[in-house]
Write a protein that binds this ligand. Sequence first.
Ligand code: ASP
Length: 271
Amino acid sequence: MLGIALTMLKEKGETLVRFFDDLQEAMVVLINLIMKLAPYGVAALVAAVIGQSGWSVLKALLVYTVTVLIGLSLHAILVYGGIVKLIVKAPLKEFFKAIRPAQLLAFSTSSSSAALPVSMECAEKNIKMSKEVASFVLPLGSTVNMDGTALYQGVAAVFIAQVFGLDLSIGDQLSIVLAATMASIGAAGVPGAGIVTLALVLTTSGIPQVGLALILGMDRLLDMFRTAVNVTGDLSVATVMAKLEGEELLTGDEEDAFVDPEESAPEPTDA
Ligand code: ASP
């Protein structure tokens, strides 16, 4: 509401707008400083947990990581692959090849927002959907659709509850599903947003927030994978929407196809 009022004030509100701009920049500097200290803090927290509970916690952490990775792979292949195959009726190999540059960028930056321009290129030039669909669905998806994040938050919440020996009823599990879905919608498309909103999921489900420290060490790695799944979701849904709009997709016309900047080697040709 304050933002709306400041916009209505025009020049009169400029000082306050500049104040918030500067405050935001100061916050970014502050967060960067905190992030420099974070690895040592995390190491200390994990050392304390291992000291109290023994090495079994590390083994459990490994099982947690593998569970998230298996869940993400199944979601990307079965759910997203499934809807593309079923509705778009396109060969999955071609679809995944078309979106690979966006997936790689999402993986390396851990940010759906950073990957957005490349997602748009992939959608328009490789999948051949119209600009109208791409520029409506993809920006919306990059902030709202984060299934990879929701999936990871669900597994993380159950893992932390198990570490603390909490017995989760079906009702508790449903509340985790609901809270994780809402929290993933609320998460921004930037690195580490998922673990911040995970705190909300834990609070809603009555799971101790200190458990976050346990999984913090693995977060960067899992962030890369879940962001790639988030972007895969955005592109899958955009492709389905374009198909429902009656567009001709994945026509295989390579002439003006988007070239992956990372990929300098030329594609082998059949000729
Ligand atoms: N990094 C994720 C994204 O940008 C959000 C998260 O789960 O932290 O999609």
